[in-house]
Ligand binder design. Structure first.
Ligand code: URA
Length: 255
């Protein structure tokens, strides 16, 4: 197996940012094959080296999943000659060439974006058969009304004639709503409001299936926790390829 930098490997496993990892290593809490390692650039072979943090073995996971709080102004693509992409938005220690975004948020949309190295999982989550809810906070240019809620609940006829699945609109402010949809058509939320004569001026995805954005700051990213990964595979009715590994993932407290 290819050798990788120790800080990158620990970053992928959820042990913290590059700066946090420097502290962890400096404190002598990491061993490789029994020897304390303090240099973050040490090259290790995840398949061969016995890596421990605070005496607990670090489990090497086959797949890697990242939750990004996508900022507005970056496009959901892996590479682009002109515009910054969600890959550019990831911190160095979480960037990997085989990560793919699951679905798409518009350039101006913020919020929860999942990236994964598991193409099968990505494919399943993008299938129209994956009916897990996606929740968006939307601000619009005109006051929201109960008639909008009723229209969303019945399914909205978009301007191209497509009628959406029933959706939920909670009015959380005069011009602010929480929208829950169970599909992911192109520009869906913006087009649903447009069909009601309203323009979305701000859009943020706050949840997708079992994943919740929470208080992750805008522009920040983190690996999914083991619990989130398990819930995601369950929601996709797929076996978790990392679940059969018996040793628990070591995650030191406070990191
Ligand atoms: N609906 C939209 O209109 N845009 C997004 O980015 C996501 C959902």
């Amino acid at each position: 197996m290819a050798r990788v930098r120790l800080d990158r490997l620990l970053g992928h496993m959820g042990f913290g940012s590059r700066r946090e990892l420097r502290g962890l290593l400096k404190a002598g809490r990491v061993t490789v094959d029994g020897a304390v390692i303090t240099d973050p650039g040490t090259l290790v072979d995840p398949g061969e080296s016995a890596i421990e943090v605070d005496g607990e073995p670090v489990r090497f996971r086959r797949h890697f999943h990242v939750l990004l709080h996508k900022p507005s102004g970056v496009i959901t693509a892996t590479a682009d000659p002109r515009q910054p992409t969600v890959m550019d938005a990831l911190p160095e220690e979480l960037r990997r060439g085989d990560l793919v975004p699951v679905g798409r948020l518009d350039k101006d949309t913020e919020g929860l974006l999942l990236l994964t190295t598991d193409g099968t999982l990505a494919h399943r989550l993008l299938s129209p058969r994956w009916h897990q809810p996606k929740r968006y906070l939307a601000r619009v240019d005109l006051p929201l009304e109960p008639a909008d809620q009723e229209a969303f609940a019945a399914g909205v006829a978009l301007r191209d004639g497509y009628v959406t699945l029933p959706a939920r609109l909670e009015i959380v402010g005069p011009q602010e709503g929480m929208v829950t949809i169970h599909e992911g058509k192109y520009h869906q939320v913006r087009r649903m409001f447009a069909a009601r004569g309203k323009r979305v001026v701000y859009l943020k995805r706050v949840a997708m299936g079992p994943l919740i954005l929470g208080d992750l700051p805008r522009g920040a990213a983190r690996p999914l926790t083991e619990e989130e990964v398990a819930a995601l595979y369950r929601s996709a009715s797929l076996p978790n390829p990392d679940e059969d590994d018996a040793s628990p993932l070591a995650r030191p407290p406070g990191v």
